[in-house]
Design a protein around this ligand. Structure first.
Ligand code: BGC
Length: 450
């Protein structure tokens, strides 16, 4: 092994962040255990939220619905319908920054008002259903409205916490003069993803299970569970099943490293969503930056370079990941900084080059993110009543720009997931979908509102 990689590996081991030291099986078993506890109302770091939504692929053709997608960065709206050939049609698409992001705090009234402003022009006499995809932890009720438990992804709108999202939106629409309240279904973005995947596969296929996974600004998973396993919800038909939103970003894991701890201390809620903060797009850049500071303390990266990185006005997840994609791109702040400091030449620290070490460092953290994602996916497949053998594989639907953009990420995830599951006689297919939050919200509205 080359010396740079060796030194970075040793450093990552020293700060408890080396992916090679993560035992995949014990993490999967821990996640399955937390899932079971969460479903039965026992203390668990996984909320395991019933959604009251079944996977039903028979969407009504021709009927238009309004969809709203409140994501980690953007707020999007559109009108959606399925045409006679079953193809989804998206019209009147609008996008604006998600209120409460970009470091600007908003109050509850302002928050719902901006949502209502976007959708009320789309609600017409023949368009009376709203599918609202909401990418935050919310408790969903049998009437399919949802109460925001808490914000994740650093959104600053504290007054909205605890509110019934659908009811407040309808109230804001009423204040705009909309007399007849529209029907509304709230759903999480992972749930939207799985609904989009199941409705987009037209050829007949026997799936043994359904799993949804997001790695974008945040991360989360969902899967279809038998009602009989959901001990904490009363009155469910035990012969039916429904999608469970795991809120897996909240997972408590006993393998946080030193940079994870430093990063968490700087977040709005240091104790919550520690798993998400180890891998998702909102946090990866800052995590790399923290790891570089520790690497300077360990004399793996020289102090002047680490100090310059610390001083960069912004160092995004995109910058960190782009460095792994192309370490000679002079537009990348790391490349520019190394060139300016002569870092490409042999560094004074333990031989080798800083450019190379930084690359291995980013690569190591991406590898760890992939292993943790694979653990999350494997647990969801094992916990669902998936069939054994290759004839009825699990349908894993994945969305999130981060997942598809991180350097060699999908390949890395599969390198852990496939051998792990196949060894246990579980098979799966990965399905990629377009516009999942919008399409899934439309599917939910068309299949779950009378
Ligand atoms: C939220 C989840 C969401 C995930 C992906 C997390 O921060 O808590 O509800 O599904 O991000 O967007």
């Amino acid at each position: 092994m080359d010396t740079d990689k060796k030194s970075v590996d040793q450093f990552l081991t020293d700060v408890k962040m080396n992916p090679a030291n993560i035992d995949l099986n014990s993490i999967v078993e821990h996640i399955v255990d937390e899932m079971t506890k969460g479903l039965n109302g026992k203390p668990s770091s996984l909320a395991m939220i019933p959604t009251y939504l079944e996977i039903d692929t028979d969407v009504t053709v021709g009927e238009k619905v309004v969809v709203l997608d409140a994501g980690g960065t953007n707020l999007r709206t559109a009108t959606v319908h399925f045409d006679k050939s079953g193809k989804v049609q998206i019209n009147n698409f609008l996008k604006q920054p998600m209120p409460g992001t970009g470091g600007i705090q908003v109050g509850s009234e302002e928050f719902f008002d901006s949502l209502a402003n976007l959708i009320w022009p789309l609600l017409k006499e023949d368009v009376r259903k709203i599918g609202f995809c909401f990418s935050y932890p919310m408790e969903v009720y049998p009437n399919r409205d949802g109460r925001l438990i808490r914000w994740s992804k650093e959104v600053l709108a504290p007054d909205v916490e605890g509110e019934m999202m659908g009811a407040c939106l309808k109230e804001a629409l009423r204040e705009k003069g909309l007399v007849d309240a529209p029907s509304l279904v709230m759903l999480n973005d992972t749930v939207s993803t799985v609904l989009t995947g199941s409705s987009s596969i037209t050829e007949r296929r026997d799936w043994g299970a359904y799993v949804g996974f997001i790695l974008g600004t945040g991360t989360n998973s969902c899967y279809v569970e038998s009602n009989s396993a959901i001990g904490k919800a009363n009155g469910l038909n035990p012969n039916h099943s429904q999608v469970i939103n795991c809120e897996s970003g909240g997972l408590d894991l006993d393998c946080s490293g030193r940079a994870d701890v430093l990063l968490c201390e700087e977040t709005e809620e240091p104790e919550s969503y520690r798993f998400e903060k180890m891998l998702s797009g909102r946090y990866f850049g800052p995590l790399v930056r923290k790891t570089i500071s520790l690497a300077a303390e360990a004399e793996l990266i020289s102090y002047p370079v680490a100090l310059e990185i610390e001083k960069l006005s912004s160092f995004s997840t995109r910058d960190a990941d782009d460095y792994a994609h192309n370490p000679s791109n002079s537009r990348n702040p790391l490349v520019a900084l190394l060139a300016a400091s002569g870092g490409k030449r042999a560094a004074e620290t333990r031989g080798g080059t800083e450019a190379c070490r930084l690359w291995h460092l980013v690569d190591g953290l991406l590898e760890r993110a992939a292993k943790l994602s694979a653990a999350n996916l494997a647990a969801a497949v094992l916990k669902s009543s998936s069939h054994n053998g290759p004839l009825q594989p699990a349908c894993i639907v994945i969305d999130g720009t981060t997942y598809y953009r991180y350097y060699r990420f999908a390949h890395r995830v599969e390198s852990y997931l496939r051998p792990y599951l196949c060894f246990r006689d579980k098979y799966y297919e990965m399905v990629q979908v377009d516009d999942a939050p919008l399409v899934g919200a439309a599917v939910a509205a068309l299949t779950n509102i009378q």
